[in-house]
Design a protein around this ligand. Structure first.
Ligand code: FES
Length: 149
């Protein structure tokens, strides 16, 4: 039995210890905003926060989040920084196909929590692990500056 907090609520699961967090959240708790891209920790589509830090949920065993707090795109709008990021994403119409965008928003929120005035270089470094096949990178960078205010 693994117990953790998911989007502010205590949850538990009987899934095997090595089950990827992504599948536990998507299939076990039916929160499907976090996406499967590569399954190898390389694309960032699955990004969630564990105790506030961005992680690749596809390659995070569920056992490693025992006793921790997991936040997904479904809840990030409850965070003031997350809400500002989502508002900027909408204002600047960042999304094209949308598949990678929940992961992009989770990484952008983590960046802005740790650095309220990121430079372009800071943004590029923090977002380098989030791949967008539609190449929305210019709008993502602008939206992060917008959210930074
Ligand atoms: Fe997890 Fe690509 S699906 S990093």
């Amino acid at each position: 039995m693994i117990r953790f907090t998911l989007n502010g609520k205590p949850v538990q699961t009987e899934l095997p210890d090595d089950t990827p967090l992504l599948w536990a959240v998507r299939d076990g708790f039916h929160m499907t905003g976090s996406k499967f891209g590569c399954g190898m920790g390389l694309c960032g589509a699955c990004t969630m926060h564990v105790d506030g830090d961005p992680v690749r949920a596809c390659s995070t065993p569920i056992s490693t989040v025992a006793g921790k707090s997991v936040t997904t795109i479904e809840q990030i709008g409850e965070d003031p920084v997350g809400a500002a990021v989502q508002a900027a994403w909408q204002k600047l119409d960042v999304v094209q196909c949308g598949y990678c965008q929940s992961g992009q928003i989770m990484s952008a929120t983590a960046l802005l929590r740790s650095n309220r005035t990121p430079t372009d270089a800071d943004i590029d470094a923090a977002m380098a692990g989030n791949i967008c096949r539609c190449a929305t990178y210019v709008r993502i960078r602008a939206a992060i500056h917008e959210a930074a205010g």
